[in-house]
Design a binder for this molecule. Structure first.
Ligand code: COI
Length: 365
């Protein structure tokens, strides 16, 4: 569906240039929103229709809307990057579109085509392109974070898939997800909570998974940690992922491992990109089960030299320590995380157009 099939509803009065520039100079994460949003409606009878871009603002939802009661909702996270020549690009959007359809199937929501997914990003950016920040230097990871989401909007309290659904994209200028930038973060290992179980929704990007992580995230914050790590729900032994990011382990012999994908792990686009970039850097990527004992022992005996988290929002962020009620797992030597930094620079160089896009990962918005 080309962009011009999105109708533009009366313009929002755009944010004044001086106010927008002020926000872009220090946007934080997820606090400010652009002037417009994209919207497509779905009904059981008519399918997807009513593609439009409208002023950003509150949604009108019936209090009986299914999403408010049964959490029939999915979302995505993807960024728009400004290159040195002013052009705006996004990264592997077809991967997000594909994952959005996988999530939709699991949550019994209608599937959205690549054309509508990517078309909606383009249509929104056609209005809100001044909101894409310009990086100050090569370490600056500022971008416009795009948040497509789909909700069950039918007012009906019976438990069945909604016959009415709304898809939106909103956009928010973003700096580093973690306040400390690429300073290593402390991760909390929760003993009580599980994020996902086999057969459940762990692989889907649905609000419910994030809601299920919040009590553990609260525990993490209370213990001075920026994120929470989850073990598997069956054996309480295998490392799964963080509340909203995948994990990687770097070994001194050049291997780089991440938990293999199961139906309890979210397939990160950054995770997949790191596996490819690592191969190009002469590292040996491995996707396999990794136990908490392996982390504990590898950290102590120096086999594991780096641990890092990755995701669209967090890019690549080193993990300094894993903390639990019982212990504090720290790497034997602090080597300054050279592999995490190298992969991060590779990824950012590609995303910001400073390196040749040999993988064909960029799409112009
Ligand atoms: C993303 O990385 O895009 C996410 O959705 C994770 C969330 C913690 C912001």
């Amino acid at each position: 569906m080309p962009t011009d099939t999105f109708d533009l509803l009366p313009h929002a009065s755009p944010t004044a240039d001086a106010i927008r520039e002020d926000i872009l100079a220090n946007p934080g994460f997820g606090q400010y929103f652009t002037d417009h949003m994209a919207h497509v409606r779905w009904t059981l009878n008519d399918g997807w229709h009513g593609r439009r871009v409208l002023p950003y603002g509150p949604l009108t939802l019936d209090p009986a809307a299914a999403v408010l009661h049964y959490a029939q909702e999915i979302f995505e996270g993807i960024k728009a990057y400004r290159h040195a020549d002013g052009s705006i690009w996004t990264f592997r959007p077809e991967k997000n579109a594909e994952r959005f359809r996988r999530s939709a199937r699991r949550l019994a929501l209608p599937e959205l085509s690549d054309e509508d997914f990517i078309g909606s990003l383009k249509a929104l950016l056609a209005q809100d392109h001044p909101w894409v920040p310009t990086p100050k230097n090569e370490a600056d990871e500022c971008s416009l974070y795009l948040r497509p989401f789909m909700i069950a909007s039918e007012s009906f309290l019976g438990v069945r898939p909604s016959h009415e659904v709304d898809y939106y994209v909103i956009a928010s200028p973003a700096a580093a997800y973690f306040k400390g930038g690429i300073e290593p973060v402390s991760i909390w290992l929760t003993e009580h909570y599980k994020r996902a179980a086999p057969g459940g929704t762990g692989f889907a990007k649905c609000g419910g998974n994030y809601a299920a992580s919040l009590a553990a995230q609260k525990e993490a914050s209370a213990n001075g940690c920026g994120q929470v790590a989850f073990l598997d729900a069956v054996e309480n032994k295998w490392i799964e992922e963080l509340g909203g990011m995948n994990l990687f382990f770097v070994y001194k012999d050049g291997r780089i491992a991440t938990p293999r994908l199961t139906d309890t792990i979210l397939e990160g686009v950054t995770r997949d990109s790191v596996l490819t970039l690592a191969r190009g850097e002469g590292l040996t990527p491995e996707e396999r089960p990794i136990s908490i004992d392996e982390w504990r022992e590898g950290a102590a005996n120096g086999e594991i030299t780096e641990v890092f988290a990755c995701g669209t929002a967090a890019v690549i962020t080193p993990v300094g320590e894993l903390v639990s009620e019982q212990e504090r797992i720290r790497l034997a030597g602090d080597n300054g995380n050279p592999i995490a930094k190298r992969l991060r620079a590779k990824l950012l160089d590609l995303q910001y157009g400073r390196a040749e896009d040999t993988h064909g990962w960029l799409t112009r918005l």
